[in-house]
Write a protein that binds this ligand. Structure first.
Ligand code: PCA
Length: 218
């Protein structure tokens, strides 16, 4: 089983992006029978999707887990849906890292209004809560780069009729970031690293259950 895991480079005027460290922390994580591939994505509307789709073509993963920062949120939020809109102003007053600031634009003029995550979102949240990590299902990934990436990945899977599961997880500011801006709720980086590992374990277990059931039915 192959899992592609993405994080983002820093953006806006945030000093760091904890999702860079998050994916780097997977170097010390192994699950039998599972190959984990990581990719750090640029924070601009076009290249974020181009790069992850390129990695999907190269590695043909069974699962794609994208990860991003949502400073201001209090929990790890597992996104349920991506919507077909780019609106920088509503989300981040600061343009993407290439200076683009789209407003009220469709991501894909021919695409559906929304696409649901195909990761087991409820199971991931429940697993994190069991481990006393604050987690919720979120019903909006925003209208900025993270939503754009989630929509782009799910749309690519839909268009190519791939069987890969995919979705997005947002993380609050890390403690290091909240020292820089004390108004943000924050979580220790180590706890977020642990949360991603738990999410991966949950997905692998759900994936195995799903496919063993398929075999039994046939
Ligand atoms: N968070 C931003 C983009 C990159 C990131 O880590 C977002 O929520 O759209």
């Amino acid at each position: 089983m192959k899992i592609l895991v993405s994080g983002f480079e820093p953006f806006s005027n945030y000093p760091v992006n904890p999702t860079g460290e998050l994916i780097a922390s997977l170097a010390g994580f192994a699950l039998e029978g599972v190959e984990i591939i990581t990719v750090l994505l640029p924070v601009n509307y076009d290249e974020c999707v181009e790069l992850i789709v390129e990695q999907m073509d190269r590695h043909r993963p069974d699962v794609v887990i994208c990860n991003g920062l949502y400073a201001g949120r209090t929990t790890i939020s597992v996104e349920r849906v991506a919507i077909n809109i780019k609106d920088t102003v509503a989300e981040e007053p600061i343009p993407d890292n290439k200076g683009r600031k789209p407003r009220d634009e469709k991501i894909d003029p021919h695409g559906p209004d929304g696409l649901f995550a195909t990761l087991p979102v409820r199971a991931i949240v429940n697993r994190l809560l069991e481990q006393h990590i604050p987690a919720t299902i979120s019903n909006t990934a925003g209208t900025y780069i993270c939503n754009n990436t989630m929509y782009g990945v799910l749309r690519y899977i839909q268009q190519k009729q791939l069987s890969a599961w995919a979705g997005f997880i947002h993380y609050p500011a890390s403690t290091r970031m909240s020292i820089w801006n004390p108004t943000w709720p924050s979580m220790e980086q180590e706890k977020m690293n642990m949360a991603l590992q738990l999410a991966i374990e949950t997905i692998v277990s759900e994936w195995k259950t799903y496919y063993s059931r398929e075999v039994t039915v046939r």
